[in-house]
Design a protein around this ligand. Structure first.
Ligand SMILES: CC(C)(COP(=O)(O)OP(=O)(O)OC[C@H]1O[C@@H](n2cnc3c(N)ncnc32)[C@H](O)[C@@H]1OP(=O)(O)O)[C@@H](O)C(=O)NCCC(=O)NCCS
Length: 187
């Protein structure tokens, strides 16, 4: 797994050295609350096990996970990943960005390059993502990168004692290719 570069970001493989920084940023309730998997409070010292389990899943081709780093500061600012389903050539996209970095377009920038990687490098047929309908930051990213709304599953998940509707968005390889061609014609 290589590195992916955008104008302001470098996406690189995760390393066990990232554990402190992940605990610091993902430990924020506002980051954890709209995800399903980030524990809260984040148990101190536990990110190392999370990273090791991810690295193991990567070796089994179950996931690709990138640390999103800001080129300017070289700091890790978030994580982005595709959970892979090999039989279906499908990837489920998920991401978080540290709160102090929200609203700068970083989530959108990282997602765009991961879509290219998923379709062009991993040769996936479909990339999809689910978001709480109450989390506009997340579903706006999906809309901005071209994922299409597929439907909402009502009160599909529970988090911190409340039920949430999940909106699903997806993009097919053929749609991605058509959109990329049109973008080139428009240039
Ligand atoms: C969701 C998240 C990744 C967005 O990251 P980000 O880097 O701030 O996103 P961007 O700056 O690329 O913004 C994307 C769009 O969402 C909008 N947006 C971002 N946060 C928003 C908010 N709280 N309310 C409304 N719109 C918001 C932005 O305005 C932008 O749309 P626009 O260009 O039309 O204005 C970030 O808020 C986050 O990590 N949240 C916690 C974890 C999470 O929810 N992950 C997703 C789980 S599915």
């Amino acid at each position: 797994m290589g590195k992916l570069e955008t104008e302001r970001l470098l996406l690189r493989p995760l390393s066990t050295d990232d554990s402190g920084r992940i605990e610091e940023l993902a430990g924020d309730y506002d980051v954890a609350k709209s995800t399903l998997n980030i524990p809260h409070p984040y148990p101190k010292g536990s990110a190392i096990q999370f990273i090791e389990s991810i690295l193991s899943s990567e070796r089994n081709n179950k996931i690709v996970m990138f640390a999103i780093t800001e080129k300017e500061s070289q700091l890790l600012i978030g994580l982005i990943n595709l959970n892979l389903s090999a039989p279906h050539k499908r990837g489920e996209l998920a991401y978080w960005v540290g709160k102090e970095y929200w609203g700068k377009g970083y989530g959108t920038e990282a997602t765009k390059v991961l879509l290219e990687y998923g379709f062009n490098h991993l040769n996936l047929n479909k990339i999809f993502a689910a978001s709480f309908t109450s989390n506009p930051g997340s579903w706006r990213i999906m809309e901005k990168v071209g994922l299409k709304y597929e439907g909402t599953l009502k009160q599909h998940v529970a988090r911190f004692g409340l039920f949430y509707d999940l909106a699903y968005y997806g993009l097919l390889k053929e749609e991605f290719e058509t959109e990329s061609q049109n973008a080139n014609i428009d240039k």
